[in-house]
Design a binder for this molecule. Structure first.
Ligand SMILES: C[S@@+](CC[C@H](N)C(=O)[O-])C[C@H]1O[C@@H](n2cnc3c(N)ncnc32)[C@H](O)[C@@H]1O
Length: 245
């Protein structure tokens, strides 16, 4: 079990039940393939994502968090870091009304960045092939923002796994700190931040560092996040604003 019992589950499964699947077709396949297929076939979020036209099951991690904390509101500006294939962007676009589909005058803006290319999403500004940590990408985001401040910064970024745990942890923490530094520059007072990381002893330090700038910081493990995955999310609300020295 990778997760510490200290990390509470905040969400109910909302009535999602595993469907009955016969595994006859898996006979003769490698054990790893059988495990992968069995997981795909029994994962209720994969089916639900297909039905709701989300590009991947990750959409439900963000919807669970937002259903509870309502950080995405019509008219809000959102930066989605590590956005490909785009399911968080799909959720954000709908909730902040960046596509204008809500009967609401307030129209938000979603700027989505990934080092990989990904298909356009109606209502979002897509910056594919862009390393979020580079100064060039961050300047580009600022140009798209113009004079506007950001209400929510999201990072579901994950580095390529090297297989060396210490290095993987260091890499994801670097992505988190890069996101935090950027959020401090562009966010309005009262804004929110979500970053993904892996459970590790350093997560407490990151939580403490984020707490210097945000009133409320929580460790989250949404139901849609697989229990055998070490991923957790830090959600920070009520950005205090940066006081000039
Ligand atoms: C788990 S996926 C994100 C899934 C996405 N939230 C969704 O719902 O579709 C992680 C993404 O982070 C991206 N990524 C990792 N490091 C990055 C970086 N330095 N800059 C931009 N994207 C990065 C990867 O390319 C990958 O697409």
């Amino acid at each position: 079990m990778l997760l510490s019992p200290m990390i509470k589950r905040f969400f109910s499964t909302g009535g999602v039940h595993l469907k009955q699947v016969t595994f006859r077709n898996l006979r003769g396949k490698k054990v790893s393939s059988q495990q992968w297929l069995a997981r795909q076939l029994t994962d209720p979020y994969i089916e639900k994502a297909r039905m709701m036209n989300f590009r991947c099951r990750s959409a439900f991690k963000l919807t669970e968090i937002d259903d509870r904390f309502r950080i995405l509101q019509p008219g809000f500006n959102v930066i989605d870091c590590g956005a490909a294939p785009g399911s968080w962007t799909q959720v954000a676009v709908n909730r902040v009304n960046a596509n204008g589909k809500k009967h609401d005058d307030r129209r938000g803006k979603v700027i989505s960045v990934d080092r990989n290319n990904f298909h356009p999403i109606d209502g979002a500004i897509i910056l594919g092939n862009s390393d979020f940590t580079s100064a060039e990408t961050q300047e580009k985001i600022k140009v798209y923002l113009g004079q506007e401040r950001v209400d929510v910064v999201l990072s579901d970024m994950a580095p390529n796994a090297t297989g060396i745990r210490e290095m993987d942890v260091e890499n994801i923490l670097n992505l988190c700190y890069s996101t935090l530094r950027f959020a401090l520059q562009v966010s309005r007072t009262g804004a929110s931040l979500i970053v993904k990381l892996w459970q590790c002893k350093e997560s407490k330090q990151l939580e403490d560092d984020i707490s210097k700038y945000y009133e409320d910081v929580r460790v989250m493990k949404p139901n849609a996040s697989r229990t055998d995955s070490a991923e957790i999310f830090l959600m920070a609300r009520e950005f205090k604003g940066v006081v000039a020295p």
